[in-house]
Design a protein around this ligand. Sequence first.
Ligand SMILES: [Zn+2]
Length: 455
Amino acid sequence: MKSWLVRGGRVIDPANDFDAIADVLVVDGSIDAIEEPGRIHAPEGVPVIDTHGWWVLPGLLDPHVHLRDPGFPQKETITSGLRAAAAGGFTAVAAMANTSPVNDTPDTTRYMLDRARAVHATRLIPVSAVTKGLLGAELVDFAAMAEAGARLFSDDGIPIDDPVILSRALDELLRLNFAISLHEEDRHLSDEGAANTGEVSKCLGVKGYPVSAETARIRRDLALAIGTEAPVHIAHLSCAESVELVRHARRNGANVTCEVTPHHFWLDEHAVLEWGPNAKMNPPLRSERDLEAIRAAMADGTIDMIATDHAPHDPASKNLERLAGCFPMKTAGAHLSDEAAGAFSRAANGIIGLETSLGLAMGLVHKKIISARRLVELMSANPARLIRMEAGALSQGMSADVTVIDPELEWTVEPARFLSKSRNTPFAGMQLKGKTILTIVGGEIVYDGRGGQRG
Ligand SMILES: [Zn+2]
């Protein structure tokens, strides 16, 4: 079934400057009409979906996820990842290239798209590597990767250290009109640091990962961007100064966008003392001051979009067994043993995010930090532009990629119920308000949460 009359919801579509109670008619997988309530009569055989009290949004898009496929089926597969994405309200996700093999050939891109087509869930947008094998030395064949279906380019997980290689990539991508998503890290400065430099890294007894490791690299790359007009996207920025650097570069003509993860707008570094390796990521959680600056930048438009950086890991990769009993660290002045500090430092970076992102972002709406309109810009309209998709809007004739949410539904994060294969989250047990009810891709319902229980 690909035709529906979606009746009575609050339609929020910033790309069309629309926010009102309305009915949406979907015919054969495309948006056919949006009208004031009661004006559209469902054509014969077209079922009505009652969305009174709910929000009807252009489908949510995540420009940064790791689906671990090909290569790491114990962590995630394209099947489990896209089902988790659908449950999280996403109609498309951009899957990063650090798989095994790396997505640096058209064959791997085509494999990803073929697997995704077989799942009938969220759309997969392949992200191509910038350099072969993510080794930072030799550029991929950009035109061939785009031809195979890649819509964004990134060596994410690893920074591009050589500025000459990066400059050449920017020239090519400007010509092809695709963006590059940059993992910004000066590895001399981060030096395998395992937590934000300061009180928390001291308490854990691990090497610190200073803010400067991020900002020094952002400064270099934005200087290159100002010179070229190439579309540059800063992945998962984590601190106040990075936000300032983006503002400054924009004033100087850089064609720059940036994203933030839900964990960087929701948690500060102290979460690591509670959650241990399930709050360890790269870049690390930062200070309370950084968190406040990020929230302000989400509200004022400096930060363009939310990206989960969904990073599934199995318990062994996180060294959970070796760290059993270490977290939460309760008392001030507590320390990890040297052995535990080593296990923490070696634990894989990253947390999952597809099934909690919307609820956490809605937390900012309920706190009145961002508006509902801004939420849709951050999670739909802006990422659509980055990944060069005709999406992120509910315009007549466009594919019916639609997310219906209940903004008031309260729920508890229960990792055991996740559709993702992994459980590495610092949000377990948290009460959230706002949840996906329906995810519709090309007019097909790929997730149905009506009835309150997961299907
Ligand atoms: Zn990533």
